[in-house]
Structures are given as structure tokens and as C-alpha cells.
Design a protein around this ligand. Structure first.
Ligand SMILES: CC(C)(COP(=O)(O)OP(=O)(O)OC[C@H]1O[C@@H](n2cnc3c(N)ncnc32)[C@H](O)[C@@H]1OP(=O)(O)O)[C@@H](O)C(=O)NCCC(=O)NCCS
Length: 158
């Protein structure tokens, strides 16, 4: 578990491994954070239980306020950040950044990648700030036809 203080004075949150017990909270967070792309229940169960996934929650006073999942691809020697979200009322306090950095630390691969809607400037700012670079586009990747931007970052994996 990692204890982190937010940029809001006096607020502390923890980053810890998420488990199947977080399913309902994760379902709520996904629906709030991804109104267009929320994952179906079975995908959420999978992300909380399957092997080769780093799953971390940010929690304040026991309540899940953020979540990230990193998906190992050992055969490709890389990992994908599959999802990251922070509840709106807790944003711009450093929680998203802390989740990404904590996930990267646990991904023992030389490179991490992610995809993001080209219109999602908040997330793209966050990733660029953390050293991710644009690596390509997936045209019409999302159901509504929007393109995905693919970003990647080398990690100092052991
Ligand atoms: C993207 C998301 C996870 C960021 O979480 P967060 O806790 O607000 O992020 P942080 O507070 O750690 O922000 C870190 C940096 O990211 C950038 N950033 C975050 N939100 C931003 C915004 N609304 N506008 C511009 N830059 C932003 C800034 O550089 C920020 O640093 P700063 O606050 O010192 O300027 C959050 O906005 C979210 O859950 N969005 C909905 C879900 C989503 O789009 N996830 C990504 C899908 S790929």
C-alpha cells in the first residue's frame, strides 16, 4: 500500500491492490468516468481477477475514488494500461498521476502503451506530462467512430 497526499491541503489517499470486492465501486466509477465506453460487467470481473493484470485502486477513507489496470503481454514484452479513471470530484489533485506511476512501477516490462480518444485532452495532457509519446492512431476505434491515439513510454524494467 502507498500513502499519498493530494494537492488539496490535508487530504490523503492510499493506492492499493484492488480485488473482486471492489466490483460494485469499479462499476460505478466506470459508468461515471466512461459514459460512452463503460466496460460490461464481465470485463470488469475479468480485470479484477485474471492473471497478468496489475489492478490498483486509489481510496480515501475506504472509498474507491480512482482505479487503474495494467495488462501484461509477456509474449510481446510490453504492457498496456487498459483503463484509468478518477471520480470527477477528486480530479486535478494528483490522483491520476499517482495511479499511473504506481502501475508503471509494478509493470516489469520495458515498454508500456495505451490508447485514448483523440478528443480526451485531459488524459493526453496527463500522459504527455508523464513521458508518454504519440505512437500512432487507430482510425474509428471507438463505437461512435472516434479515432484512438496510441501512446507509449519506455520503462526502466529490471
Ligand atoms: C484523465 C484522468 C484520469 C486524470 O485524473 P486526475 O486525477 O485529474 O489527474 P491529475 O490530477 O493527476 O493530473 C495530472 C496532470 O494531468 C493533466 N491534466 C489532468 N486533468 C486535466 C485537465 N482537465 N485539463 C488539462 N490538463 C489536465 C495536468 O497536466 C495535470 O497536472 P496539473 O493538475 O498539475 O496541471 C481523469 O480526468 C479521468 O478520470 N478522466 C475520465 C476517464 C478518462 O478519460 N481516463 C483516461 C482514458 S485513456
Amino acid at each position: 500500500m502507498t500513502l499519498v497526499s493530494t494537492s488539496a491541503p490535508g487530504s490523503l489517499f492510499v493506492i492499493e491492490t484492488a480485488t473482486w470486492r471492489d466490483l460494485n465501486a469499479l462499476r460505478h466509477l466506470e459508468q461515471v468516468c466512461f459514459p460512452q465506453d463503460a466496460w460490461p460487467l464481465w470485463d470488469l470481473i475479468g480485470i479484477l481477477t485474471l492473471p497478468n493484470v496489475v489492478r490498483l485502486r486509489a481510496a480515501m477513507d475506504g472509498k474507491m475514488i480512482g482505479f487503474i489496470a495494467g495488462d501484461f503481454r509477456p509474449s510481446e514484452n510490453l504492457a498496456w494500461i487498459a483503463t484509468v479513471g478518477v471520480l470527477p470530484e477528486y480530479r486535478r489533485q494528483g490522483i491520476g498521476e499517482a495511479l499511473v506511476l504506481a502501475c508503471e512501477q509494478r509493470l516489469r516490462v520495458p515498454e508500456v502503451r495505451l490508447s485514448v480518444r483523440v478528443s480526451n485532452l485531459e488524459a493526453i495532457h496527463l500522459y504527455e506530462r508523464l513521458g508518454y509519446q504519440k505512437a500512432g492512431y487507430w482510425p474509428a476505434y471507438y463505437q461512435d467512430g472516434e479515432d484512438a491515439l496510441v501512446m507509449q513510454k519506455p520503462l526502466n524494467a529490471l
